[in-house]
Design a protein around this ligand. Sequence first.
Ligand code: ZN
Ligand code: ZN
Ligand code: ZN
Ligand code: ZN
Length: 468
Amino acid sequence: MITFKFPLGLSLECYVCAKNKAHALQSIRSAAKNSTSVENKKLLEKEFVTPEVVCKSCKVQRYCSMDHLLEDRPEHVELCRVLSHLLSSQKLKHPLLHRGNISSPEHLQLVISQLKLILRVKLQRPLTPREHHVISNPAICEVCFKTEALLKVCKDCAGVAYCCEDHCYQDAKKHTPKECRTLAMISSPFRQLDCTLNLRSFHQSVDMRQSHLIDAFFKATTLKIDNNPQNIAVCSSFSGIASACLALTNISWVSDQYSAVIVYVVAATEEHLLYFQEMHLRFFFLQYQSIQNLDLYFIGPKLLPRESPNKKVFRFRGLVRTVVKHYFSETFTAFSKSMKVDPTVILLLEPDFINMDTATEQLVNQLPGKRNGGVSEFNWENCLGTILRTYGVPICYTSATRFQAMADFTAFDSMALFHNIAIERVYNITENPYREILPLYNFSDWHNERIIYANNYLEVLFTSKNRI
Ligand SMILES: [Zn+2]
Ligand SMILES: [Zn+2]
Ligand SMILES: [Zn+2]
Ligand SMILES: [Zn+2]
């Protein structure tokens, strides 16, 4: 999925204001409590200003003032030039009108995808997160899709806009307080921050099968989620370890204290490593209190090389716990050729087997006259075959959307058919009770899931030889 964990400013918000807020929050967080500067505090308390200044050249980027427009010029100029050339050469009033007036949400999705492809080719580089944002969430009326003269922007979330009072009123049923709160979380700057909180005391465990992330997190830490953005972000980061804990409930011997639990995180990325900090490991030992040894194997070609193995020993609940982290910056297939494959559980966090994530890149690379643009095409087929041959081991994978989850399962299933391997499904793609709680925009909205959550869907598979 093309999702960004660090969105910066929506198109209905002045980009420079959003950036300043994020920086202010960051310096407040890193500074000592009593040294918060008045200036930063003021920036954070600054009220939402409808961004009425529209960049005249591209018609998409909006600002609160001319000052901020000028300040953003150096960063915005590349995208702006391409868009403005498109407007003049095609005689358009707005870049999204390249197939006439927009008539439906489907039509809007289509023109957004096409515009992104045009931009990718003209810019000769992938779009940056902020460019994705401004194109994917255009400032247009929610009701009639008009692109000009927006009168009203919802001040609470900066996520929806209307051309007139009437259309604002009409949309009230759809834009519920709940949707508004969710959209506000997406545009709030707190997600920018690295989660620096390191929780040390953990209290009550839960029955992983009966609980969910917010409940398990509260019982473990006694931290309330409420509307505290920092707690929301910290709680969300427990999604990876909690999903692993849930997958492990499918194996009966895991309570045996003398064995090490061995978790393979396959197709691991640098981002996945943030799910396995010490506080997350303490949460793991809280749920599985008799386990003393945990071995984590991070295997993936996108991992940067680092010291391996890395061993950590700490006392938790009266027992010495040992966690060994192994890092392999290679594919699982390469790994399996040199190492004995013997995990307790295999974890794949949003693997994207059919490469929907890189669909635009692939299209661009197939254009005539284009050499293979150096995008490393990760060969999933070999990797899937290797994963499927770890018979009897639960293979747990998560996906952000239902569509992606089904596509990933189809990839597994067709590969299993090819190798004559039987698959037993435990969850049949259910909503993962341990999904992240921070919402994200889905930039390839094919199936009406505009707002999504990392690890939203869960499947656990067991494989065995000989399909009947
Ligand atoms: Zn501004
Ligand atoms: Zn512009
Ligand atoms: Zn309207
Ligand atoms: Zn709102």
